[in-house]
Ligand binder design. Structure first.
Ligand code: GDP
Ligand code: MG
Length: 163
């Protein structure tokens, strides 16, 4: 069985950049404009001999912010439901927003294994202010740079090992 891993998070945190790195493809639309990737988008990758399927999502549309359920696109909810594990991507540079906290709440209730991923940790070995990220109640965060690749292999190892 190929593991299905969903990438979830608010716009502009780096989901599509991570998708491209995990699938070694340029299929996802990576742009500076938030919210461009609106539909589910699948790609395959491999960790050692182990194949996986990654699902990129358009995340949460910023214009629909009256409550999380309204804000969560159907596509994202379906991606979570069909996944074996979820990478909840947040922006380590920007820190946690109220939108992140709402997403975290829904993810905790999903019953899926959730991996909190602090992206944009571009300086290798840099340590984030972990306190605010622990507050999300999703355990130890994985620090990565989707742009540079740091931390991505350990994250994938952890996810695939646990399945
Ligand atoms: P998405 O909306 O969550 O899919 O985010 P994107 O992948 O489109 O990335 C949004 C912006 O963040 C783009 O300008 C990316 O180049 C940038 N970005 C993504 N990953 C990193 C990273 O690891 N470090 C830095 N500095 N920028 C990143
Ligand atoms: Mg995207």
């Amino acid at each position: 069985m190929t593991a299905i891993i969903a990438l979830v998070g608010r716009p502009n945190v780096g989901k599509s950049t991570l998708f491209n790195r995990l699938t070694k493809s340029r299929n996802a639309l990576v742009a500076d404009m938030p919210g461009l990737t609106r539909d589910r988008h699948y790609g395959v990758g491999k960790m050692g001999e182990r194949p996986y399927l990654v699902v990129d999502t358009g995340g949460f549309e910023p214009e629909q912010r009256e409550g999380l359920i309204a804000a969560m696109a159907d596509q994202t909810r379906q991606a979570i439901a069909e996944s074996d594990a979820v990478c909840f991507v947040v922006d380590a540079k920007e820190g946690i927003s109220s939108q992140d906290e709402e997403i975290a709440q829904v993810l905790r209730r999903s019953g899926k294994p959730i991996y909190l991923v602090l992206n944009k940790m571009d300086v290798k070995g840099a340590v984030a202010e972990m306190g605010e990220f622990h507050r999300l109640g999703l355990g130890q965060p994985y620090t990565i740079s989707a742009a540079h690749g740091h931390g991505v292999a350990p994250l994938m190892d952890a996810i695939l090992e646990a399945l």
